[in-house]
Each structure stands twice: as structure tokens, then as C-alpha cells.
Design a binder for this molecule. Structure first.
Ligand code: NDP
Length: 259
């Protein structure tokens, strides 16, 4: 991954699925990040076992307790990451944690709409706010005026499920709360790109493909794409991004997705 060289990265929801895959692939890079912060809401739980095993073998993985729907947890995570980084900034924030409730339009509830929106949309908003000082610091510490993921970037893992122009799989899964949350995440990504460009921070929304994870299996059919292939594609796309792509909605193969 010659084009992507980061000193530090934070991945939310890093204990399983695509998040864990990202951590594994960062480790395998020719020049792995010095700091891989792995956000996980229950580090001692059963679902964090694989991440714990990985962290016990690699001292550059730091598990950060992080519940993205809880502002206090986000604040504590930002302080902890800042401590580890000493005076340096955070190059890459990957807002990956996400939640899908496979309800039909008729059975959506206030509780599910709120929970999914809080996790998938408000979480990435609060994360970016809390980590902005560290992202700015990374941008300031990096030479050159252009934007790149090696310098400073926010990557919001979105979904074609939130695309209004290319609405897919409605007949298979309605999941309105999920679709609305990802459509809103796309708008958030655009807003972030406009606000943070002047700080040297690139922002994108990225669809990871239909991937073999618990969430990916919710549509009832086996997803076609492995976590490895998805993550390899995502990292290749990230390595190629510049100021031209900030504010874009892309997929794991670099294709532009209609809003
Ligand atoms: P998984 O269900 O495998 O993993 C979801 C991850 O998010 C878990 O680590 C989970 O933690 C974490 N998480 C959920 N809610 C919170 C929260 N409130 N705070 C902190 N962490 C949380 O999903 P995927 O790996 O498939 O999904 C990753 C991202 O990719 C999501 O944003 C999803 O919307 C997106 N995506 C996935 C697709 C697919 O086909 N898989 C398709 C399109 C988009 P825990 O283990 O504690 O529950």
C-alpha cells in the first residue's frame, strides 16, 4: 500500500467484522502505523476476544473503550488517544461502528429509529468533533498543501443502503432506520468536507461492499464479498484519495455512488 502511510489511525467498532479486518490489514502493511487505536465498546467481552489476542501480540494496537452513542465515552477516548500520541496528531479517523435493525417500514419504532440514528449518524458527528484537534494537529504536522488520507482524514463507513439515487435491495430488506441513518451520514460527510477542508482534513463517505459480516448477513442471503477483499479495496481507495475526492461518496472499488 505504497500510497497510504499513516503514523496513527483510529477505527471504531474494531472488535469484529470490517473494523477488525481493517486493524488486521493495517498490521500487515509494509510500514504499519505506529499507533492503531481500536475502538471497542466492550473490550472485556466475548466479542472482543479476537481483538484482545491480536493486541497481546502487537504493541502498536491500543484498545480504546468506546461507545459511539455516548458523548462521555467519546470524550474519554479522545483524551486517552491524545495521551498516547504525546504531541503528535491523529492521521486517520475511520468511523466504522454501525448498527442495522432489519425491520419493515410498518414496524419501525421510535426507539429503533433513534438508536440507529444515534449510532450511525450522531456517533460519527461527535467523534469528528472530539478528535478534530488531533486531526488538525496531524494536518499541520504534514508537509504540502494537498489533502490525503496519509495526512489527515475522516472516513465515514456508509452504505449504498442510504443512497436515494441507487436504492438497492428494497425487496429483500427495508431497514428504513438504517437507510435514513446512512443517507444522513452521507450529508454529514459532505458538511464535514466543506468545514474541514481549510484545516487540511479530507472527508469521505465510503460503501464497503456487501460483506460477509453479521450485519452483512441481515439481508438473509450470503453476502458475496469477504472482509479481506473489502478491506483490501477500501485501503487501496484510501491510498488514492486527494482533494479532488473530498466530500465524495465512493465504494470499496473507488466507484462514485449516487447520493
Ligand atoms: P458488524 O455487525 O460485523 O460489526 C459492527 C461493529 O460496530 C461491531 O464492532 C460493533 O460492536 C460496533 N458497534 C455497533 N454499535 C456500536 C456503538 N454504539 N458503539 C461502538 N461500537 C458499536 O458490521 P460490519 O463490520 O458489517 O459493519 C461495519 C460498517 O460497515 C457499518 O457502519 C455498516 O453499516 C457498514 N456496512 C456494512 C455492510 C456489509 O455488507 N457488511 C454493507 C454496507 C455498509 P459490538 O461487537 O460491541 O456490537
Amino acid at each position: 500500500m505504497a500510497g497510504l502511510s499513516v503514523h496513527s489511525v483510529l477505527v471504531t467498532g474494531a472488535n469484529r467484522g470490517i473494523g477488525l479486518g481493517l486493524v488486521q490489514h493495517f498490521l500487515r502493511m509494509p510500514k504499519p502505523p505506529q499507533w492503531i487505536f481500536a475502538g471497542c465498546r466492550d473490550p472485556k467481552g466475548q466479542r472482543a476476544q479476537e481483538l484482545q489476542n491480536l493486541a497481546s501480540k502487537h504493541s502498536n494496537i491500543i484498545i480504546i473503550p468506546l461507545e459511539v452513542s455516548d458523548p462521555a465515552s467519546i470524550k474519554a477516548a479522545a483524551a486517552k488517544v491524545g495521551e498516547h500520541l504525546g504531541g503528535s496528531g491523529l492521521n486517520l479517523l475511520i468511523n466504522n461502528a454501525g448498527l442495522l435493525k432489519a425491520r419493515t417500514l410498518d414496524t419501525e419504532t421510535l426507539e429503533d429509529m433513534s438508536e440507529v440514528y444515534t449510532t450511525n449518524t450522531i456517533g460519527p458527528l461527535l467523534m469528528a468533533q472530539a478528535f478534530l484537534p488531533l486531526l488538525k494537529k496531524a494536518a499541520q504536522g504534514s508537509p504540502g498543501s494537498g489533502l490525503s488520507c496519509s495526512k489527515a482524514a475522516i472516513v465515514n463507513i456508509s452504505s449504498t443502503g442510504g443512497s436515494i439515487g441507487a436504492l438497492l435491495t428494497w425487496n429483500r430488506i427495508q431497514a428504513t432506520s438504517y437507510r435514513c441513518s446512512k443517507a444522513a451520514l452521507n450529508m454529514l460527510s459532505k458538511c464535514q468536507s466543506l468545514a474541514y477542508k481549510e484545516h487540511g482534513i479530507l472527508c469521505v463517505a465510503l460503501h464497503p461492499g456487501w460483506v460477509q459480516t453479521d450485519l452483512g448477513a441481515a439481508a438473509g442471503l450470503p453476502p458475496p464479498t469477504t472482509v479481506d477483499d473489502s478491506v483490501q479495496g477500501i485501503l487501496k481507495v484510501l491510498s488514492s484519495l486527494s482533494e479532488k475526492e473530498t466530500g465524495a461518496f465512493l465504494d470499496w472499488e473507488g466507484k462514485v455512488i449516487p447520493w
